[in-house]
Write a protein that binds this ligand. Structure first.
Ligand code: NAD
Length: 387
């Protein structure tokens, strides 16, 4: 015995074996990449109403339960933590059931199809403190994003002049792309692209305490119909692009403008997450478009010229919140960010997060719906909405 506690073994189950369900299964398979993590997750079960979706998971040797009824997972003692990645209209029922079963939950955004659903989940979370709950948002776990966050937390910005956080796709540029549940308000929600991509743009601002006092929403439904299952056009009634201009108070300074952009139709973009914070003393920006590169602003002496404004470039390397065996000079990507989100989620559940950047909290997720509702009202009534 050397006195070091062995890692806690945690049984994980996935509800929804689609795009994200498979991504999370793959991330858990890479767990040995994490150094000295206090938890060892084991993927024990998967539920999907589509039996064909379960097939892929049968190749993972730890998976003992495959079922078309997620309640089988909630009744099983081998399951401690449930990750749910299903259509937005299904969030409320499944999230509440998970929490009421006493299981911990990593819930996909937008944490309910609308504000009422999010508040119902929040009420269940508050009634069941034994259930540790967080909302999925992985982009801040890119190492470059963490460099930018540490820069901001250091106070290097001084008085903040402006900030922007964006999440940009061009996946809907093709008008012939068939419709799916994410393009229909009854499944995706009235907030449309805000429900799909908005959490990615608000996790960091809200965690930094940048809570807007008022906002103006600019929303676009660019493509209003798409081919249905038989090729006949069907309505595509969700917002495609949303820009939210807001004002945020800052202690000891003037309020500053915060802009969030969520776009499905931004030509040239593939899952681009960007953070920019401009201050009187310093500035920082990061984009997953150039995932190694973080830019910090300074005024430096340029030999032969004198004092000049310079955007310096820092290569971020591979290390994010939780250390990994990956060489520090190597590159990082989306799957690494997902692994880091799980590392902090299970570390926080274990009580070992320390001062690391934690996964999005239920109250932050619920607050995003207040912001989305305000943005929709603002757009419809062409006015600034106070929060
Ligand atoms: N964090 C991210 O980066 C990210 C990326 C994409 C999607 N998402 C979110 O993940 C969630 C799912 O999106 P997706 O792209 O994985 O969807 P998807 O359509 O690829 O997969 C959803 C799966 O859920 C299954 N399902 C439907 N009803 C079910 C039920 N009652 N029980 C069990 N399974 C059921 C479907 O058969 C399907 O396999 C959404 O909330 C979405 O917003 C997050």
């Amino acid at each position: 015995m050397n006195g070091v506690r062995p890692p806690e073994s945690v049984g994980v189950a996935i509800v929804g074996g689609g795009l994200m369900g498979r991504e999370i299964a793959a991330a858990l398979g890479r767990w040995p990449a994490l150094v000295d993590h206090p938890v060892t997750p084991r993927l024990v079960g998967v539920a999907d109403i589509n039996p064909a979706a379960l097939e892929w998971f049968r190749t993972i040797d730890t998976v003992e339960i495959t079922t078309t009824d997620y309640r089988d997972l909630l009744a099983d003692d081998r399951v401690d933590v449930v990750y749910v990645a299903v259509r937005h209209d299904l969030h409320q029922q499944i999230y509440v059931d998970v929490v009421e079963a006493g299981k911990s939950l990593l819930a996909e955004k937008p944490f309910g199809i609308d504000g009422d659903a999010a508040r119902a989940v929040l009420a269940a979370v508050e009634a069941h403190p034994e259930s540790f709950v967080r909302c999925s948002s992985e982009m801040p776990y890119f190492p470059g994003a963490q460099v930018a966050l540490r820069y901001i937390a250091s106070g290097a910005l001084g008085e903040i002049v402006s900030a922007r956080c964006s999440f940009l796709h061009a996946s809907d540029l093709d008008r012939a792309k068939p419709s799916n549940w994410k393009r229909q308000a009854r499944f995706c929600g009235q907030a449309g692209v805000l429900n799909d991509l908005g959490m990615h743009t608000w996790h960091v601002p809200l965690r930094l305490g940048w809570k807007p006092e008022r906002l103006y929403g600019v929303l676009q439904d660019v493509v209003t119909e798409r081919p249905g299952p038989d090729g006949t056009p069907v309505p595509c009634d969700t917002w495609d692009n949303a820009v939210v201009h807001s004002w945020v108070p800052q202690p000891g300074g003037k309020e500053f403008p915060l802009t969030t952009e969520t776009k499905r139709i931004d030509p040239g973009q593939k899952n681009t997450w960007e953070l920019e914070a401009i201050g009187m003393d310093g500035s920082v920006r990061f984009s997953t478009k150039n995932p190694k590169s973080v830019q910090v602003f300074g005024i430096v002496d340029v030999p032969g010229t004198g004092r000049e404004q310079v955007w310096h470039q820092v290569d971020a390397g591979s290390q994010s919140c939780w250390p990994t065996v990956t060489g520090p000079n190597f590159e990082s990507g989306f799957s690494d960010a997902i692994l880091q989100m799980w590392a902090v989620f299970l570390a926080e559940r274990h009580g070992s997060l320390g001062d690391r950047f934690g996964a999005a909290r239920p109250e932050e997720a619920a607050l995003t719906h207040v912001l989305y509702d305000a943005a929709i009202t603002s757009h419809a009534e062409r006015r600034v909405v106070s929060l």
